[in-house]
Design a protein around this ligand. Structure first.
Ligand code: A2P
Length: 375
């Protein structure tokens, strides 16, 4: 707290009240009295001390956490509005690769830090622990956004609803805010053998997802890992519900500017998974010179620079962490000044793209599911 000092004022009610009828000359004389001069000196000394204190305080704020600078950065959107009218929070805790035994604590930390969006999937095999942490948090269901994903083995229309029911049960919730087709690839039931027909034409699977919206079990449906051609292949059908989002790998190393531009033109929101480059590339992402320079310039962390950049690009961002301090750090994002945002965008799009996730070979597809890598 700065020292309390009396402000210099243009009038002094006390003095005026001493002799309200006195002339301007006599008031001037009384101001020049010994007491008045002493008061003036005291006020000047205190004012000087106050200015010194404030200057030092301002310098201190430029120390490591740079909260002074952070406060000056304008804020980014906290939510996006989907075609359904639902508002989806722009930053989520991603729980892919958050193993059982640690994911619950991460969710607890996230909810305490202010996150209201948890992005999970049936295949992450951690939904029960996520559900338990949500239940124990005391945060009401209406305040939360919960996403899960339909795994490839459940694309057959008769399997879709029971797959969702299993996720609902594990998460201990009556409905999902968002349910995604996890991949544009269907496996035959209980196998990892590709169902070529349902993969080539995901419309029957989508129709079941539409039914789940009608039943009120999911509020929004979308896709994940779809490229433009695969989205168009789906949306060429007479859909009752359009995909609300497409969740894809987006990072400094794989920024997909063409997909992003196309999605914006077509009113489709993208969600960025592995936004920091996942555990395989996170170090390289955070150490990228452009990221480092901007972080230093703004006094925020490299992870905050990247997460902010994602939201500023107009996508949802799903950073994963099971480290409490990082979970907290990743939630605080800031609008980058336009020139710095452009610098980062240029740096991210000026090197050959590098994905972390591409299971095309391991699933024996015989083609690249993203159509961007030669096999
Ligand atoms: P951990 O979970 O051990 O904290 P992505 O979100 O791209 O999938 O990246 C996840 C990886 O990045 C994990 O290895 C995670 O580690 C690490 N990570 C997450 N947040 C940060 C951060 N703020 N600083 C450094 N590493 C982070």
């Amino acid at each position: 707290m700065p020292p309390a000092y009396k402000q210099l004022s243009t009038h002094d009610p006390e003095e005026v009240s001493v002799d309200p009828t006195s002339s301007p000359t006599s008031r001037l004389t009384s101001r020049l009295s010994f007491t008045a001069v002493a008061r003036l000196i005291a006020v000047m000394v205190l004012a000087y001390a106050g200015v010194r204190f404030l200057t030092r305080a301002a310098l201190k704020l430029r120390a490591p956490c740079h909260s002074g600078l952070q406060r000056n950065l304008s804020s980014l959107p906290t939510h996006y509005t989907l075609p359904s009218g639902d508002k989806i929070p722009s930053v989520a805790l991603g729980v892919w690769q958050a193993s059982r035994g640690e994911v619950g604590a991460a969710v607890t930390t996230a909810l305490q830090a202010g996150y209201r969006h948890i992005d999970g999937a049936w295949i992450y095999r951690n939904e029960e622990e996520v559900g338990q942490a949500i239940r124990e948090s005391g945060v009401s269901r209406e305040e939360l956004w919960i996403t899960s994903k339909l795994w490839n083995t459940f694309h057959a229309p008769e399997d879709v609803e029971s797959a969702l029911d299993d996720s609902l049960k594990k998460l201990d919730t009556q409905y999902l805010d968002l349910y995604l087709m996890h991949w544009p690839v269907a496996f035959k039931k209980d196998t990892t053998e590709v169902d070529k027909e349902l993969t080539a034409n995901p419309y029957p699977t989508w129709q079941k997802l539409e039914e789940l919206v009608e039943k009120g079990k999911v509020r929004n449906i979308g896709v994940s890992n779809f490229n433009i051609a695969r989205i168009q292949n789906l949306t060429a059908n007479p859909l009752k519900v359009q995909p609300a989002v497409n969740q894809v790998e987006l990072s400094y190393w794989n920024p997909q500017p063409e997909l992003l531009a196309w999605a914006k033109e077509n009113g489709l929101l993208l969600e960025a998974y592995s936004p920091l480059g996942s555990n395989k590339q996170v170090k390289e992402s955070l150490e990228a010179p452009a990221v480092q320079t901007i972080a230093k310039q703004l006094g925020i962390t490299p992870a905050q620079v990247i997460i902010s950049w994602h939201v500023q690009r107009g996508t949802i961002v799903l950073p994963k962490s099971v480290t409490p301090s990082r979970v907290e750090e990743n939630y605080h994002i800031f609008a980058l000044p336009e020139d710095l945002f452009e610098q980062l965008e240029t740096a991210a799009t000026s090197h050959p793209p590098l994905r972390v996730v591409n299971p095309s070979k391991s699933w024996g597809l015989g083609y690249d599911v993203f159509d961007d890598y030669p096999q």
